[in-house]
Design a protein around this ligand. Structure first.
Ligand code: G3D
Ligand code: MG
Length: 175
C-alpha cells in the first residue's frame, strides 16, 4: 500500500466556515491537534481517497487573521493543496476567492491543486442565492479545478471535498 503525507491548506475569507469544515471532517475520528503560538491549528487525519489507498493529511487552519502577514511563508511552505472556501450567503467572500487563489499560487506554487468550496449550503434556502453558482462552477473549471457546495452544519459534501482534493493532488503527481 502506498503512503502519502500531504499538507492541506484551508484558505478563504474570515468566518466562511474553514474551522467548522475541518472540525466536521475530523469528528469522531482520531485527530492530533496542535496549536501553534502563531495562530495556526494543524489537524491530522487519514483519508482513503481510493479503495485501499490512504493519505495522511495535515490540515492547516489559520486562526486569527490579523497576524497572518507574519506567518504567511510558514503557512504556504510545502503545501500540497488547498480548499478555497467562500460563504454562499456573502458575495464579497466569493469575490475575494480570486485574490486568495493568486496568493496561494504565488506562495505555494503555480500548479498547486485546489478545490473551490461554497460553504453554508444549508442557509441558501432561507437567505436566497447571492452568487451565480454556474459562474462559480465555470470559474473553478477555468482554473483547472472543481466547485463543491458544502455545509459544515449538516456535513453534506464535507468528506467528499477533502477526498476530492486528495485525489487531485495524488493524480497531479503520478500523471
Ligand atoms: P472561519 O474558520 O472561516 O473563520 P468558522 O469560520 O468555522 O469560525 O465559522 C464562522 C461562523 O459560520 C460560525 O458561526 C459557524 O458556526 C458558522 N458556520 C460555519 N459553517 C457553517 C455552515 O455550513 N452552515 C451554517 N449555517 N453556519 C456555518 P458563529 O455564529 O459561531 O460566528
Ligand atoms: Mg477559523
Amino acid at each position: 500500500m502506498s503512503s502519502f503525507k500531504l499538507k492541506i491548506l484551508l484558505t478563504g475569507a474570515a468566518a466562511v466556515g474553514k474551522t467548522s469544515l475541518v472540525q466536521r471532517f475530523i469528528k469522531n475520528r482520531f485527530a492530533a491537534n496542535y496549536k501553534l503560538t502563531v495562530g495556526v491549528d494543524i489537524l491530522t487525519k487519514d483519508v482513503e481517497f481510493r479503495q485501499g489507498e490512504i493519505a495522511t493529511l495535515s490540515i492547516w487552519d489559520i486562526g486569527g487573521q490579523q497576524r497572518f502577514e507574519f506567518i504567511r511563508s510558514t503557512f504556504y511552505k510545502g503545501a500540497a493543496g488547498a480548499l478555497l472556501v467562500f460563504d454562499l450567503t456573502r458575495e464579497q467572500t466569493y469575490i475575494e476567492t480570486r485574490k486568495w487563489l493568486t496568493e496561494i499560487r504565488q506562495f505555494a506554487g503555480e500548479n498547486i491543486p485546489f478545490v473551490l468550496i461554497g460553504n453554508k449550503a444549508d442557509l441558501v434556502e432561507d437567505v436566497g442565492v447571492v452568487i451565480d453558482r454556474e459562474e462559480a462552477r465555470k470559474f473553478a473549471e477555468s482554473e483547472g479545478s472543481i466547485y463543491i457546495e458544502t455545509s459544515a452544519k449538516t456535513g453534506i459534501q464535507v468528506d467528499e471535498s477533502f477526498t476530492e482534493l486528495t485525489r487531485r493532488i495524488i493524480d497531479s503527481r503520478t500523471r
